[in-house]
Design a protein around this ligand. Structure first.
Ligand SMILES: [Zn+2]
Length: 503
């Protein structure tokens, strides 16, 4: 059953193939210009389209209706139909995992090369899947053929383990490296399939399937097929949970919360409780990493970052994004990736994302060259002043407000504009309340990345760690008089300039 969807919707044209764009373009170009090579090597993880493209390539080259400059097969002529159903004599698929003997390779090739191709100017094509499984003597026989390739014979060798293929073979092939299919493309393909199947599947379940399949489209389609087969036109969370081995996100959340508040005892207790209950630790680890990454991305990118999760999970992620320090998130993700040594197999871009976070985290925003640096208390002053009293904080902010506005310019001009029409209202328990006049200001400044940056700037300016709270100030006009920034522009100007959007 799992393979049904995969076979049913196997792409019939290059256009339909998901991902692998550069490979598709090159192959199509070679077909259209009549410059096919004698041997190809398709390298890459399973389920990424190697066999699909090999068959398409073979079909297109031998299609009776294809014109010279075209590259897509017609899929309706006798040859196309026979290749689709696996009955065409000139296209032979050999699974090296089951036919490892030298005889099989040699006999097939020799026997076949005696007979000219069915189509005049067509090709005899051997697709050897899992070619790394061939025996040494089979490789030698293959090599001999590759050294003096008979006219009109094309080899397409496919492998998931290139390091097991002899260099002598590799060097005689045109090599293509297949990439894992990006999650977004997998989701797009599944969206097409459920439309054809006339089934409703919530977006977050499609995302979950894409995540589970780790770049393997075949796995995704298998999982989707299983989920659909249980439903009658509508897939629910409950039905999906029978097929998808989802983690209990609440269990993960307990651990994440313990990490956030630096509570080692709760963290270790939670891990041991879950292991005692028999969870699949590997899948738990992957989900934990994904969860932390979502928090990090939401915190850094803000509401424009789409979270494809169930509602309650989205709420938890947003809550953590407000509270979990970016430095801690990045630090923990680095440690867990190191300890688990799963850097490469997981989320391809995660190490790069962490590198960006780490690099930029401690960097001061770049100052425009002509501006003087903000005069914040010196480190000596910081040490002696430690925690300022409420009055001192307000005084210090009042004195430095225009400099703070200037400093934020380097990070984001629209934030600095927003601060010009905002001011500190009160301080209590290290929480500084910033008063604004408009809902617009409130929404923009509540964005996690904007708010985090503002918190950092104010903490730096005061020499102590503070939190920021943003509110509509009912006495705005009166209170704002004292805190006006030096570039006191008209509000209308500011909103116009930035089109009402802070990134
Ligand atoms: Zn055809």
């Amino acid at each position: 059953m799992p393979e049904v969807l995969y076979r049913k919707y196997r792409p019939k044209t290059f256009k339909e193939v998901v991902g692998q764009k550069p490979i598709k373009l090159t192959l199509q170009n070679e077909i259209a210009s009549g410059n096919a090579a004698h041997a190809y090597l398709f390298v890459g993880p399973r389920g990424t389209g190697k066999t699909t493209l090999a068959r398409l390539f073979a079909r297109s080259l031998n299609c009776l209706n294809r014109k010279d400059v075209e590259s897509e097969p017609c899929n309706t002529c006798d040859v196309c139909e026979q290749i689709i159903s696996g009955r065409f004599m000139d296209v032979m698929e050999i699974d090296a995992a089951s036919n490892t003997g030298v005889d099989n390779v040699r006999e097939n090739i020799i026997a076949s090369s005696q007979v000219p191709p069915f189509k005049k100017g067509g090709y005899k094509i051997f697709v050897i899947d899992e070619v790394h499984m061939l025996s040494k003597s089979a490789f030698n026989a293959l090599l001999k053929t590759l050294e003096e390739p008979p006219k009109h014979i094309i080899f397409i060798l496919a492998t998931t383990e290139i390091h097991k293929v002899p260099e002598t073979i590799i060097s005689r092939c045109q090599r293509f490296d297949f990439k894992k299919i990006p999650q977004v493309d997998i989701v797009k393909r599944m969206t097409e399939i459920i439309e054809w199947e006339n089934v409703t599947v919530p977006d977050h379940i499609l995302s979950e399937i894409a995540r589970r399949s780790e770049g393997c489209l075949r796995d995704a389609e298998s999982l989707l097929g299983q989920v659909i087969s249980l439903s009658q036109g509508k897939v629910t969370d409950e039905l999906a949970s029978l097929v998808l081995p989802t983690s209990n996100w609440q269990d993960i959340d307990v651990l994440v919360e313990a990490l956030r508040v630096h509570n080692l005892s709760t963290a270790l207790n939670q891990i041991n409780k879950l292991v005692g209950e028999g969870i699949d630790l590997q899948s738990f680890n992957l989900d934990l990493i994904d969860y932390l990454r979502q928090i990090l991305l939401y915190q850094s990118i803000g509401p424009s970052y789409t979270l494809d999760f169930p509602e309650d999970l989205i709420d938890s992620i947003k809550k953590h994004a407000q509270e979990f320090p970016l430095a801690d998130l990045s630090h923990f993700l680095n440690i867990i990736l190191d300890k688990l040594t799963i850097k490469e197999t997981l989320i391809e871009q995660l190490p790069l994302e962490l590198a960006c976070v780490e690099f930029l985290l401690d960097q001061k925003p770049l100052e425009p060259a002509e501006d003087k640096p903000v005069e914040v208390p010196t480190s000596a002053e910081k040490k002696t002043e430690k925690n300022l009293g409420t009055n001192d904080i307000i005084k210090s902010l009042q004195a430095n407000w225009s400099k703070i506005i200037d400093q934020t310019k380097a990070f984001n001009h629209s934030l600095s504009a927003l601060l010009q029409i905002a001011h500190p209202v009160s301080v209590s328990n290290d929480i500084i309340t910033i008063g604004v006049e408009f809902d617009f200001s409130l929404q923009q400044m509540e964005k996690p990345n904007v708010k985090n940056y503002l918190t950092k700037v104010l903490s730096d300016a005061l020499g102590q760690t503070i939190k920021v709270n943003i509110n509509i100030d009912q006495n705005y006009s009166e209170n704002h008089q004292t805190f006006k920034g030096k570039n006191d522009k008209e509000v209308g100007d500011i909103l116009d300039t930035f089109g009402g959007e802070v990134v």
